[in-house]
Write a protein that binds this ligand. Structure first.
Ligand code: ATP
Length: 452
């Protein structure tokens, strides 16, 4: 990483803490590596992302249903899925500094890998390290009660496939979507929240006939790229990596990674994989329960194939923040220049949609009117009322929070300069800092379509 990008990342991390987007988990006790807490603004941002994904992927479609599976599942699930035996990363130890690293992420010089911590080349041979967190269910802690915190949400969908199929009577192709926590004991959590040990996934399993697989893989890749654009991440910051046959899972007939240009490099946001009938067949064989589908047209029974777009909530939140972060030099009316830090979130993702400000806090009529505006908007969008400090400072605070709109109630609103301006307010736009005057009754109509 260059000095400038390191500096940019440091500023983003510090803004996240200062403004309450993301805190270190258990911070007062020194933290817990790979775990993060979302503060008041972070939780709104994350929720907006998940809600929009849910809306686009399930509610606005006839062919996708939702579910919410448990985090703890029968251990047999993880045996059948292959996770117990093979969900591991290659780990090496540095003999000099005792650091532990993922073998496939070590830096290399002159064809030789070295320790990213101390530079030593005295490294152990790689050995497989299973990433699943073990836990015990019930009062006895032995092999019979062992299970794992789920390392992905997908398996709950596969094992409920038959139940959903039977209750919904859907025809192929159709999908099941889920958002939820996943846990991986990553060897090296790093790059802020990018690689965490506890994180959330948004996954769709889209079941189809074998002959539809390749076409639907392309379809879902395109849909997912459109999704990122719809949340404000421009296409030119996204990269599609076609994973070669040698690098993808043996059962996959095609996998694309959607990557984003983070300050620390181009890294994966989401995998879109054609997983064939691997997962359902594994569960059918291991459980002895049929996982097949009866095609009334062809009168054939077969195990459906599946396309899986699997996205990370936390990684996308981080991409949204990195993408939104901007600094610019602005000059005020008195000719003073200062740096304005602004998060240019798409209004649809912004945690707070609109700030509402009475010009003065010690004027009852102004405060009452501003409160009226809050009550009018609150039912439809998340607004933030702020009466403290100079109006310019209040705008800056909302710029840093990424709030796209600000409404100021002033003496004109009260009609003090004539009846034409009575019940009108100033609407300020975050990105251009332009201001316009409009009647309070038109506010909702203006803001609603932008934030939806
Ligand atoms: P990586 O190669 O980065 O470890 P992966 O290819 O193992 O990721 P998948 O198993 O495909 O990841 O998981 C799907 C998505 O879940 C990823 O694209 C990512 O957005 C998210 N994800 C996976 N591991 C983590 C993690 N440790 N922290 C945050 N998000 C993660």
């Amino acid at each position: 990483m260059s000095e400038a990008t390191t500096r940019r990342m440091e500023k983003i991390v510090s803004l996240c803490k200062r403004r309450g987007f993301i805190f270190q988990s258990s911070e007062i006790y020194g933290g817990l590596n790979g775990c993060w807490d979302y503060g008041p603004l972070g939780v709104e941002l994350k929720r907006n992302l998940k809600d929009f994904w849910w809306r686009r992927m399930t509610r606005e479609r006839d062919d996708v249903l939702g579910m919410d599976g448990s985090i703890l599942m029968n251990r047999q699930v993880w045996k059948a899925s292959g996770h117990e035996d093979t969900f591991s990363d290659p780990m090496v130890d540095c003999r000099a500094c005792k650091g532990r690293f993922r073998a496939d992420q070590l830096p290399e010089k002159d064809g030789e890998k070295f320790c990213p911590n101390c530079g030593s080349r005295d490294l152990t041979e790689p050995r497989a390290f299973n990433l699943m967190f073990k836990t015990y269910v019930g009062a006895t802690e032995d092999e019979t009660s062992l299970t794992y915190l789920r390392p992905e949400t997908a398996q709950a969908i596969f094992v409920q496939f038959k139940n959903v199929l039977e209750m919904s009577r859907k025809k192929l192709p159709f999908g099941i979507a889920q958002i939820g926590k996943a846990f991986r004991n990553e060897i090296n959590p790093r790059n802020f929240t990018f690689r965490s040990r506890e994180f959330e996934q948004m996954e769709l399993e889209y079941f189809c006939k074998p002959e539809q697989g390749q076409e639907l893989l392309k379809y879902w890749l395109e849909e997912r790229l459109k999704f990122y654009e719809a949340i404000g991440i421009p296409r030119d910051k996204l990269h599609v990596k076609n994973i070669s046959e040698a690098d993808r899972a043996f059962y996959s007939k095609g996998t694309f990674d959607i990557e984003y240009e983070f300050p620390f490099g181009i890294q994966e946001l989401e995998g879109v994989a054609y997983r064939t009938d691997y997962d359902l067949t594994q569960h059918q064989n291991a459980s002895g329960k049929p996982m097949d589908y009866y095609d009334e047209e062809t009168r054939q029974r077969f195990v459906p194939h599946v396309i899986e777009p699997s996205a990370g909530v936390d990684r996308t939140v981080l991409a949204l923040i990195c993408n939104a972060y901007d600094e610019e030099t602005v000059t005020d009316e008195k000719g003073k220049t200062e740096t304005r830090v602004v998060l240019r979130f798409h209004p649809r993702m912004a945690p707070i949609k609109c700030g509402v400000f009475p010009l003065l806090k010690n004027n009852e009529a102004l405060v009452a009117k501003a409160r009226e505006v809050v009550a009018l908007l609150r039912e439809h969008l998340f607004v933030f009322y702020d009466e403290t400090g100079a109006i310019g400072r209040r705008y800056r605070r909302q710029d840093e929070a990424g709030t796209p709109f600000g409404v100021t109630v002033d003496f004109d609103t009260l009609g003090e300069r004539g009846p034409e301006l009575l019940d009108t307010v100033t609407l300020r736009h975050r990105d251009s800092m332009k201001q316009e005057r409009l009647p309070i009754k038109e506010l909702l109509g203006r803001l609603s379509p932008e934030v939806r």
